[in-house]
Design a protein around this ligand. Structure first.
Ligand code: SF4
Ligand code: SF4
Length: 174
């Protein structure tokens, strides 16, 4: 089993205003209630299969104001948004929503993993998150299956533009 990398925290990394910034956002209001019991991590289906993904740790980094560290963390993007952590937290911390808030902040800062940028390009091109290989389409046809419905890329593009998503994805740094 791979070891979780432990980096020393420097006082200069801590931004004391960060927790207030998050607490003002929808879903982040109860961040400061977390008393680090670890229930979210122990019930998280992703943490079960990952050596590095720990929602409790993400919440603590946010509380401590480790803004750069948490926003640049790849693990932030592993959350499946299943809300198990939110349902189980004894302090009513909306863990999944805090993670969503952090992802939005990361995207605003241009930090979006390449894999999601590629998915986004594919959606904008075809309406599908993944490019479906020609071979698979032929296989469908030869198996007597109907053609796949056409994705509505134009409407998706309008929606993503409307919520300001595209300009964040286009930023460099992710
Ligand atoms: S379950 Fe709630 S209180 Fe416990 S560590 Fe997670 S967020 Fe904090
Ligand atoms: S919402 Fe994310 S952090 Fe919470 S239990 Fe599900 S995968 Fe884990």
């Amino acid at each position: 089993m791979a070891k979780v990398e432990k980096k020393t925290i420097k006082a200069s990394e801590m931004n004391p205003k960060f927790k207030y910034e998050i607490s003002k956002m929808h879903g982040g209001e109860k961040l400061m209630r977390c008393f680090q019991c670890g229930t979210c991590t122990s019930d998280c289906p992703i943490a079960r299969f990952s050596d590095t993904y720990r929602p409790r740790q993400i919440i603590r980094m946010a509380q401590l104001g480790l803004k750069d560290r948490v926003l640049k963390s790849d693990t932030l993007w592993l959350c499946a948004s299943c809300f198990t952590c939110t349902d189980r937290c004894p302090q009513d911390v909306e863990v999944a929503s805090v993670i969503r808030v952090l992802r939005n902040l990361a995207a605003e800062n241009g930090v979006v993993p390449q894999v999601f940028k590629e998915q986004c390009s594919s959606i904008l091109e075809s309406g599908y998150a993944y490019k479906i290989p020609e071979l698979r389409l032929k296989k469908r046809e030869s198996s007597g299956l109907p053609p796949l419905p056409k994705g509505n890329a134009e409407s998706l593009c309008k929606t993503l533009n409307g919520v300001g998503f595209l300009k964040h994805v286009e930023k460099k740094g992710g």
